[in-house]
Write a protein that binds this ligand. Structure first.
Ligand code: SAM
Length: 353
């Protein structure tokens, strides 16, 4: 990876221009959605901490992009300047905006069981409208809108926050001599992270696991367009249909805050089980209380506004012991704006007490 040519000032300008355009575009969509909601949406959660000022948010977003650029300069990945992909996502604006009134109505009514599951075997905790989104995770229509919704929720910073989860993976892969290594993405959704990883390391054997068939179908189409050979597994994080010690790297992006506490523990056990000793686990999810004190008020506001029933408990869970008890030793913690990335190493059995 370090053989990449150092990006020059024009590339830097293009990078800065694209990130600014993203924040302006998706930030405007966020404000439009709030405008459509008006002040009729009850927040449902009592806040004890203040909300961050706009200046604080913008400074934190600036720091996120500065770090993203530093990783580009370090040669961990090339600058992401795929204008065609950006425009293709931006074209979902009208579909997104026409769906907002339905989401707002659900927010007002606190209606979060507005989903139809054709598969009786989906867990009960999952059959709901996370984020009050139309159809929850259970339709093609929802899968089509998801990437736009996430970028809007994070005002155009989601892709840069996900890229940060790639940093420990790139460093780990840089230390490995053998190919092909296997990477499993748990809760892969529409495949945004996996697609990025595969572009950097085409020799990696990748597996996308998710409970949502329509989301994985979308990820599959994305992989096919890019000629990527991903394996797709419809299934749950708490019962992974893979052999013990069969995977070198596990990643999980924005999944754990959507799991009830008992399921979180089961998923941690399963991730440790499928990882090889010495393997890497990278968890990227919401920051937690105390990580960035300016944002504690946001963490209190978020779950009621966007229907995240397990988020409040997630935001106060001590993650290190949750994984340590399964033999996953924490290596490094990184904060990327509203996302925390923790990497873990699966210890050899002889080192477990
Ligand atoms: C917030 S989305 C994150 C998706 C993706 N990782 C990303 O970065 O956008 C959560 C994903 O986890 C999936 N999911 C939720 N509970 C799951 C479970 N128990 N097992 C597997 N996937 C699950 C959902 O279907 C959804 O695709």
């Amino acid at each position: 990876m370090n053989s990449m040519a150092k990006p020059g000032p024009r590339t830097r300008l293009a990078f800065a221009g694209l990130q600014t355009a993203r924040v302006a575009f998706y930030g405007t969509h966020y404000l439009l959605a709030r405008l459509l909601a008006g002040d009729t949406v009850p927040t449902r959660t009592r806040r004890t901490a203040p909300l961050p000022s706009r200046a604080t948010l913008l400074a934190a977003i600036g720091a996120l992009f500065a770090e993203d650029w530093r990783h580009v300069e370090e040669g961990l990945y090339p600058p992401q300047l795929d204008w065609r992909a950006e425009l293709s996502l931006a074209r979902r604006s009208v579909s997104y905006l026409s769906d907002v009134p339905k989401v707002v109505q659900r927010q007002r009514d606190n209606r979060h069981r507005d989903v139809v599951s054709k598969r009786g075997q989906l867990p009960e905790y999952y059959q709901r409208n996370f984020h009050f989104q139309t159809d929850g995770y259970l339709s093609e229509r929802s899968a089509r809108l998801y990437d736009f919704q996430v970028e809007t929720l994070f005002a155009g910073t989601a892709a840069a926050m996900r890229r940060r989860a790639f940093v420990p993976i790139a460093r780990y892969l840089g230390r490995q001599a053998r190919d092909p290594l296997v990477l499993l993405d748990v809760g892969a959704g529409t495949g945004a992270f996996l697609s990025f990883v595969e572009q950097q390391y085409p020799l990696l054997a990748t597996i996308a696991l998710d409970l949502s068939e329509p989301y994985l179908a979308r990820a599959q189409r994305r992989a096919a367009r890019r000629g990527q050979q991903t394996r797709f597994l419809v299934g749950s994080a708490e019962a992974i249909a893979l052999e013990d010690a069969s995977v070198d790297i596990v990643s999980s992006i924005y999944l754990f805050h959507e799991l009830p506490p008992a399921v979180r523990a089961q998923a941690a056990r399963e991730i440790a089980r499928v990882l090889k000793p010495g393997g890497l686990f990278v968890l990227a999810d919401s920051i937690q209380h105390g990580d960035s004190k300016d944002f504690d008020g946001l963490l209190e506001l978020f779950p009621g506004l966007f229907h995240e029933p397990y988020y409040a408990s997630y935001a106060r869970t001590d993650l290190k012991p949750l994984f340590a008890q399964e033999g996953l030793v924490p290596l490094h913690v990184d904060i990327a704006y509203l996302t925390k990335i923790i990497s873990f190493e699966k210890i050899q059995d002889s080192r477990r007490s």
